[in-house]
Design a protein around this ligand. Structure first.
Ligand code: ADP
Ligand code: ZN
Length: 761
């Protein structure tokens, strides 16, 4: 039956009556700071038409009704009973900062990661956007039609009359300074016109500056090889199906994955949609940028050195739909693309996708959730997939696509392990570079190749110990030994940046022969200079790469061949594509192998495989020497054979046997405080609560701890932690949520939950 013919029941008020007489417009408002909310506010009549969810509003809070800014996350019509609601004071944003889809995503994050929605919202909308960086309010003047109709009848002083005529003749509104220039007058006559209400003024927000990206030369596409084509076909199939699906591309280093992503993005753009490409922060090199910018017209690259103004500018461009491809580190997953078509996560195993401050989200999980909501595919790519993703592919949740060979049939480099136990016994061995590595380096240099040396520790000496009393020089704020840095003869804490002058004698027993031991990149650099005199060498670590642009400068020097040897920390292990690198040396493959972390073997395997992949990319081929004290360790052996499957086959049963992810879900709770005993007691109390809850009608939950965290003291705070493990993610979250919901920690004690923790230190 037609709705208009349906008679209304007498007893029910008509819809329009409902709206006008009994219902009020109510906004849900979430605050970015305690007390967070959500709170209900009344929408004043004047804002009804303009307020939408996703906009920020100014609202009165508390007894004093101090004004704070909050996010409107929902609107509804409802009859208010009981205490009257407070009114929203004003709008902060003209437009919504979050789309309905992004609002749903933030709600999911808040639930999943057990953190306040307000904190998530502040993380999702960049500060530069919230502050409207790079824009200002500007008045625009125009002449109302009522005035322009009687222009000739007005009696005005000559300057005012001229200014008014100029403005009336202008096809668009003018700023006061534009008008002053055109009418050749000062501000005074214009102000008079405004006072007399002969001109009207409208305030608009305009951009101060434009951020220009220089155009870049176009590069042609490669002809795809059969592996690439097959992978692309599978991705395009799910793009065209218009449904969510996750595809895991396991492609060895140099198999041409990036080329496949670019083609898939072409397809997405063809559908009038946008793509987001996430890469690890340190892979956001000029090379990566150039690669995307040379293939697409409108690319936004979001890297950590952007100013607030640039960030805001890109955000607006993305939101307007002008940008086709967003390339960025983890937070780029929040890019406000109006019609998302695809998410690509390159190097999906990389731990930088997990944020280690609130909200402690993992960009992969967020991407999966966003893609599910927006019904688009996700492509995860890696030469060394995380075991988590690998297992999800085995379970059928992800579709696995393999690219097992390098482009143009280039071979993978030979990897040889150098047993350091044997090497160190040899009296002729000196320094960090073993004899086999030294020979190989000379050979590579003779053949005019370039060399990459990986050492995952910065500084000069990494520990300072007194041989007389055994005292180790530690940071006074952290439970970490200080590292000696050569410039300025300083000792530095790599966790809190504490600095002191390097001691000449033991600070405890005053013995004069205090020993500087352990190897950092600075010491390695000195050794290279001493043993390869005249050979140019570049060091890349976070000490030399602090200035913006230094990364690009170093890499272009190396690319041009101006440096023969590039040495550095893991920042040189990833993504670099230099065809002339014929030798990679891993100085110590074991640095991360014995960390108290169940992912130690996985990280070691990934690092060695990734750095090995930096060579053999050109016609000259390449080789890799891996120095290790554990040549028989399965992670090292598998990396030497480039055998991901072998690694997964030995490591996954280990994880299963010990009940670690991916076979169990985990949460970590970290407690810190200035007093050891109060922090510990509070952790014990939480453990008790968790244990009680874990037994209440639930199974398969285990609480491990409390224990001092592996880094037991950090920045002056003592740290304890506990782990909760469960078979089921929802059960885990429910238990942790219940146990922490109304926690009241003692003074100065803080706690934080980390769901799916990556960092266990
Ligand atoms: P990955 O991302 O898997 O490490 P890349 O996409 O970076 O591999 O490709 C490695 C190199 O091979 C790049 O220089 C790229 O331009 C080149 N390349 C990619 N696909 C092809 C192809 N089909 N034929 C020739 N060269 C290719
Ligand atoms: Zn410290």
């Amino acid at each position: 039956m037609n709705a208009q013919q349906q008679p209304l029941f007498e007893t029910e008020p008509a819809p329009w009556e409902l709206d006008d007489l009994t219902d009020q417009r109510i906004a849900t408002v979430v605050l970015p700071e305690a007390p967070f909310g959500p709170f209900d506010y009344l929408v004043p009549e004047g804002l009804r038409a303009s307020l939408t969810p996703g906009q920020r509003v100014r609202v009165p809070l508390g007894r004093g009704n101090r004004f704070v800014i909050g996010y409107c996350t929902g609107l509804r019509n409802q009859k208010v009973v009981g205490r009257p609601l407070k009114l929203i004071k004003s709008l902060v944003d003209q437009f919504a900062l979050l789309s309905p889809a992004m609002l749903r995503l933030t709600e999911w994050m808040s639930e999943y990661y057990l953190c306040q929605l307000g904190q998530v919202l502040e993380a999702v909308v960049p500060a530069g956007v919230r502050g409207q960086a790079g824009t200002r309010e500007q008045a625009f003047l125009s002449v109302p039609t009522s005035v322009s109709a009687r222009l000739t009848q007005l009696k005005l002083p000559p300057k005012q009359a001229l200014a008014l005529r100029v403005l009336a003749a202008s096809p668009q509104p003018l700023t006061p300074s534009q008008l002053a220039k055109l009418a050749n007058c000062t501000a005074a006559p214009i102000n008079e016109l405004r006072k007399k209400k002969l001109v009207t003024s409208e305030t608009r927000r305009i951009r101060n500056t434009d951020v220009d990206e220089l155009p870049i030369a176009r590069e042609a596409a490669h002809e795809l090889n059969p592996d690439q084509q097959q992978t692309l076909d599978a991705i395009c199939e799910s793009i065209n199906a218009g449904k969510h699906k996750t595809l895991l591309v396991h492609g060895i280093t140099g198999s041409g994955k990036t080329e496949v992503y670019i083609r898939a993005i072409d397809e997405v753009i063809h559908h009038g949609r946008q793509a987001i490409v996430l890469v690890p922060e340190i892979s956001l090199t000029p090379q990566t940028r150039r690669r995307f910018r040379s293939r697409f017209d409108h690319v936004a690259v979001l890297h950590s050195h952007l100013s607030a103004v640039e960030r805001h500018f890109h955000w607006q461009r993305i939101a307007s739909g002008e940008v086709q491809v967003v390339v960025g580190a983890r937070s780029a997953i929040f890019a406000p693309t109006p019609q998302l078509g695809l998410v690509v996560i390159d190097e999906e195993h990389d731990s930088s996708f997990k944020q280690d401050t609130l909200p402690r989200y993992h960009a992969r999980e967020v991407a999966l959730c966003r893609a599910r909501m927006e019904e688009v595919p996700v492509v995860l790519g890696s030469a060394t997939p995380s075991l988590d993703s690998w297992q999800r592919a085995s379970d059928g949740e992800f579709q696995l696509l393999q690219m097992p060979s390098r482009v143009e049939a280039r071979s993978l480099p030979d990897v040889v392990t150098v047993d350091q136990r044997v090497e160190l016994e040899n009296p002729r061995t000196r320094g960090a570079i073993s004899r086999p590595l030294f020979v190989a380096m000379n050979q590579a240099l003779k053949e005019d190749g370039q060399i990459i040396l990986l050492l995952n520790r910065r500084g000069f000496s990494t520990n300072i110990q007194c041989p007389a009393c055994g005292h180790v020089v530690c940071c006074p704020n952290c439970d970490i030994s200080l590292t000696h840095h050569r410039e300025g003869e300083r000792t530095v804490c790599h966790y809190c940046d504490f600095e002191a002058t390097a001691p000449a004698k033991c600070p405890e027993c005053h013995f004069e022969g205090i020993r500087y031991g352990g190897l950092g990149t600075q010491k390695l650099e000195a050794e290279v200079h001493a043993r390869f005199p005249g050979v140019s060498c570049l060091r890349m670590d976070s000490d030399t790469m602090q200035k913006h642009g230094s990364h690009e400068k170093a890499l272009s020097l190396f690319r041009a061949g101006d440096a023969k040897i590039l040495l550095g920390t893991q920042m040189i292990a990833k993504g670099l594509d230099f065809p002339n690198v014929t030798l990679v040396g891993v100085i110590n493959a074991d640095t991360a192998l014995h960390f108290p972390d169940f992912r130690a073997a996985e990280r070691t395997f990934q690092l060695v495989t990734q750095v090995a992949g930096r060579t053999g990319r050109g016609e000259k081929g390449g080789r890799v020497l891996v120095q290790t004290f554990s040549p028989d360790h399965p992670a090292i052996m598998a990396a030497a054979k480039h055998d991901y499957a072998a690694f997964a086959e030995t490591e996954l049963p280990n994880r299963q046997a010990h009940g670690y992810p991916p076979f169990a879900k985990m949460a970590r709770l970290i407690v810190r405080g200035p007093q050891e005993s109060t922090a510990e007691q509070f952790t014990e109390y939480v453990v008790e609560r968790l244990r009680v809850l874990a037994t209440m009608g639930r199974t398969g939950i285990e609480v491990i701890g409390p224990a001092p965290a592996p880094i037991a003291k950090l920045r002056g705070k003592f740290r304890f932690h506990l782990l909760v493990r469960a078979e089921n993610r929802d059960v885990l979250r429910d238990v942790v949520k219940e146990a922490t919901e109304s926690l009241k920690p003692p003074n100065e004690v803080q706690w934080a939950v980390d769901m799916d923790p990556i960092d266990l230190l």
